[in-house]
Design a protein around this ligand. Sequence first.
Ligand code: ZN
Length: 512
Amino acid sequence: MRLSREDDDKLMVSESITNQKSLLLQYVKENNLRVYDIYIDDGYSGTNFDRPDFNRLLNDIELGKVNMVITKDMSRLGRDYIGTGNLIEKYFPEHNVRYIAVTDNIDTFLDNSNNDIAPFKAIMNDMYAKDISKKIKTSLKAKMKEGKWVGGRTPFGYVQDKDDKNHLVINEEQAIIVKRIFDMCLEGLSFFKIAKQLTNEGIKTPAQYYSFAWKSNYKLKYGQWHSKTIRDILTNRMYIGDMVQNKRSKVNYKIKKVIKNDVCDYIIVENTHEAIIDKDTFYEVQMRIPKNIGRCEKKENHLLDGLLYCGDCGHRISIQSRRKKDNRCYTICNYYRTYMKQRLCTTHSNNYDELEQVILSSLTNMCLSYINKDKIKNDVLNNLTDDHKFNHEKELEILTNDIKQINDNLDIIYIDKLNKKITEEQFERVKIKLERELNIKQKRYNESSNNINDNINEESKNKLIIEYINKFLSMKEPSRELIINLIDRIEIFEDKRVDIKVTFNIDARTNV
Ligand SMILES: [Zn+2]
């Protein structure tokens, strides 16, 4: 509300503050609006915008506290048409403020003709510009709806068709890079890693290509790929041949400020140009793209990461990142995640922290029972092994003697043959017999000595395992290294059954 001296002089009762107030409050009530504050400048001229409460209003708008301004009529806002026009056409829309002048029937929210004509009759040029802008906008949207490219930066991988400006064709050089990015994503590389690799290889970035294409004086010599660029490429439906436009719009024709449109405002027409990426690949990639947009959180190191397998399909089970709302993280079968639509497996979703606890306590039990069993076994074995060892050693000794004896005999018959004590025939017969015997003894000797070595290896391996187990049992928080030494793999089944395969010889099964 505003009341100036000029108004007062003319005794314009209708303009009194009380009058304005009751009219506005009536309007507010009728339209179910909520009042944030009432701003009154009593005794200030409308040609001057430097009014205390008016400034307070602007301040509140900028703080985002106010999204609607109502005056009795336009002149209450100001008498200066340029200043007022500025407010209504630039300032308010830029700050998402709806303006209503009750008796002038102006409402910037409703795009009615009154807004255009009534207050700005004098500013014909301005009007004309606005009208043209509107017409252009309408015709652009019509073109978009027909699936025609209406200009601007072509998506990376495409250029405008020389014969038809509204049609896009593939730029082979860039398309190869686009394909490579999709492949790298399927290989499991993160946006960051893809960007890093492309940068390292000196692959030109989209920005570099454009700086050369636009014939500007400013050419980018060095380019750096960013995670966001990779993400934008991987999520762009343009690459499967669909035209996606109207992503952004200008607030209005006077302001250069551009705002992002809601996804529901996008104008999408399918199959308008040649695809670079086939649909299967594209949708598979969409499934791999993490939902937390733009945030690169540090990956948590889980104790059991890499040891979890799907008991039903055999693929790995991964641990998803912690959810913000309850700080929980869940497991998921990779095969299920990749082929969700084809339903090749099921979720295998378990609260990871609970799963870890169950597995650790189960591992503890396994270790305890192994050690107990081992004690009994060792007590029995200790005697046995000594006997066993002794037998092996004794056997080796006997065999060594036997072999020596045979060799001696071989020498003797050879001398006998030379001295003609035995015939050639006799020599050959005895020689074959002795050689066969020698062969058998030699084989047995080798086997026996190997057995002794195996026993020694088995023993040291067992000692190491016992060492790991004791370490594990004494630790409150076991290290990942220790866990890997004790667990081969963990299989998780959809029915919550869990099989733990350990590196020591014991069978166990548990449930989540
Ligand atoms: Zn599975």
